[in-house]
Ligand binder design. Sequence first.
Ligand code: URA
Length: 230
Amino acid sequence: MRVDRFLSNLPRYNRQQVRLLLVEKRVRIDGKVVSDPHSEVLEFSCVEVDDEVLQVGKAARYFMLHKPPGCVSATRDPQHPTVLDLIDEPDKDDLHIAGRLDFNTTGLMLITNDGAWSRRLTQPQTKLPKVYYVETEQEIGAQYAITFAEGIYFAFEDLTTQPAQLELLGPRSARLSIVEGRYHQVKRMFGFFNNKVLRLHRESMGLLHLDNALKPGEYRALRTEEIHLF
Ligand code: URA
């Protein structure tokens, strides 16, 4: 939210007073004086006027989880365990998932309370490459890589998938990099060849790789440099 709106939403200031506060350089966001009314106040920002703290600013939290099979990418589910059940942190209700995985898909999952960060990561314009290890029922033919690179028409959404890179690892295993996150995207891409995906594991999102030290079901906080990859 813009700082002028943030301040004038408080009962104590009207718009004219807010303008003055900014001109007189009495407002600070995260310790820095701001005079531009467009300056952004995030839920994580500390906002001060003179020496009074008007918003303390929540701590932003970021985790990577090694998602095991058999759990739902949701914060709540009436039937099945959810990925949030695996997280033992205070204020879990503030957390959400940045990029879902299917029930039996395993691998890298990011969890945060920072909505702007997760939006940046998941919005289609970002075209963040996501790399999956895939095992299939039938052999993966040479045509697959060509077709995936050209894009596949998804009638339900009436769109053609963005070019994707396929690297064959064995007769029935491959590594696939996609820049979108359509519903069941990888399974539907292999489904184009009537080839069922038996195992699906997300290895990386952008430059962030699943930490090898994490066993299925384990998680850890992201390091500062990992948070700044997005
Ligand atoms: N594509 C799928 O089909 N499933 C996933 O979980 C992720 C990508």
